[in-house]
Design a protein around this ligand. Structure first.
Ligand SMILES: N[C@@H](CCC[C@H](N)C(=O)O)C(=O)O
Length: 291
């Protein structure tokens, strides 16, 4: 189909636990979407507003679709978005009638499925990556005790779920001024690609409370890849069992770090808020005609 910037671009607004996404289907409309246009759409005052902007691209021999992930603040790409992956898995299952779908992201092939009784959607987020170069960190460090202090936060566990996470265990998540300290950790020189920041309070061996400062999105109601990183970090520190309920501001995700293959499974609800079209003025103007 031929499209121009004056043709409205259709989108779906979805969320997982209040972590919200503008999702566009580029299998039917592949117009260019530069970072500035994504940031304009992501702006909550002047655009639609979203934590992440998600694209669905044509699939291939192994995947039902390819998913692109961009942060709402600046259009920067990310290697993972757990909650959006659950939303896209839900859409693809609805579309294909399949009980299980496969989604390709820049970090790998992810499988998603639904529990028919509860409607909850699970995604296999693949293996947690624990080497300092995979986070990435700027220099060799033990990712189990990364020897970093920023304000009241100390001694993070660093985990990559395809995107970087610094997980700090604290006594009381409510007592931390996350809007103040989150951006300082996000942009600390130890993290050359910046980082997502999680603060966690362990409640018991099966439950934790978590708050998140997301890279290029700020405080969000929930972060799926962050919850995965927290589950992995808590097991590595010996604080919880391998299956844990992670209570976020927007609700609870169940995380299981599977012993057999090191994959991390994430389960929770998805919801569709509304469908709409993007104002063409938010999108790039057509290139001027050559004379
Ligand atoms: N909300 C997401 C994570 C989105 C990407 C993140 N801000 C990054 O830059 O890595 C999730 O549910 O995982």
């Amino acid at each position: 189909m031929s499209t121009t910037s004056t043709t409205p671009l259709r989108f779906l607004k979805m969320h997982g636990l209040g972590n919200d996404f503008v999702i566009v289907d580029r299998r039917t409309d592949a117009r260019p979407l530069p970072a500035a246009a994504i940031a304009a759409v992501g702006n909550r005052r002047t655009g639609v507003g979203c934590d992440q902007f998600i694209t669905i691209e044509p699939g291939d021999a192994e995947a039902d679709a390819v998913m692109g992930i961009y942060n709402g603040d600046d259009g920067s790409p990310s290697g993972a978005c757990g909650n959006a992956t659950r939303c896209v898995a839900h859409l693809l299952m609805q579309e294909t009638g399949k009980a299980e779908v496969t989604i390709r992201t820049v970090s790998g092939l992810l499988r998603g499925w639904r529990d028919v009784a509860t409607g909850l959607v699970t995604v296999d987020m693949g293996p947690a990556r624990l080497d300092w170069q995979e986070i990435p960190l700027a220099e060799p460090r033990d990712t189990l005790h990364a020897d970093l202090s920023v304000g009241p936060l100390h001694d993070p566990v660093c985990v990559s779920m395809g995107n970087p996470h610094a997980v700090f265990f604290v006594d009381d998540v409510a007592a931390v001024d996350l809007p103040a300290v989150g951006p300082q950790v996000e942009r600390h020189p130890l993290f050359p690609a910046r980082t997502n920041v999680e603060i966690v309070q362990v409640l018991d061996r099966g439950r934790v409370r978590m708050r998140v400062w997301e890279r290029a999105a700020g405080i969000t109601m929930a972060c799926g890849s962050g919850a995965c990183a927290v589950g992995v970090a808590a097991v590595r520190r010996g604080l919880t069992d391998r299956r844990v309920a992670v209570a976020l501001d927007g609700g609870t995700l169940t995380i299981e770090w599977r012993e057999a293959d090191g994959h991390v499974l994430m389960t929770g609800p998805v919801a569709t808020a509304f469908a709409g079209t993007l104002d063409p003025s938010l999108l790039p103007a057509p290139a001027p005609a050559l004379t």
